[in-house]
Ligand binder design. Structure first.
Ligand code: SF4
Length: 142
């Protein structure tokens, strides 16, 4: 059963996108990644709105004090097993907002992160590479 579950998860991951304080640059690149030009759906990835149906959380931006509780709540609402991909330098470390009075730091200061996609903002090809690398790593898990 586990191998069937892993097969289904890897071939049809449902993702949810959350902006925890981004300037919107990374979010625009994520939207471009989902359009027919870059076509992330060819890997079976489906964007949907409810954390309760999501396998993967794609998060952008540093974590602001206002967004922290929402990020934790969304993460907790996702069913196990769940995975987190951080897109953009701000999500990795706080980026250009590091040290700001209202920024807590990168996403991994608040929730566990499985894959990082650096860049300001990263190009759609890099985002696809990060998601595919995560899916490849899931194939190797029992
Ligand atoms: S990494 Fe760059 S584009 Fe992305 S949220 Fe930070 S400043 Fe904006």
């Amino acid at each position: 059963m586990d191998s069937i579950r892993t097969w289904a998860r890897v071939n049809s991951p449902w993702v949810i996108h959350f902006n925890s304080g981004s300037c919107n640059g990374c979010d625009i690149e994520i939207l471009a990644t989902l359009t027919p030009r870059y076509d992330l759906e060819r890997f079976g990835v489906k964007l949907q709105g409810s954390p309760r149906h999501a396998d993967v959380l794609i998060c952008t931006g540093p974590v602001t004090r206002n967004a922290r509780d929402r990020l934790v709540r969304i993460y907790n609402q996702m069913p196990d097993p769940k995975f987190v991909v951080v897109v953009g330098s701000c999500g990795l470390s706080g980026g250009v907002f590091h040290g700001s009075y209202n920024v807590m730091g990168g996403v991994d200061e608040v929730i566990p992160v499985d894959a990082y996609v650096p860049g300001c903002p990263p190009r759609p090809e890099a985002i696809i590479h990060g998601v595919v690398a995560l899916l490849d790593s899931l194939k190797k898990k029992p």
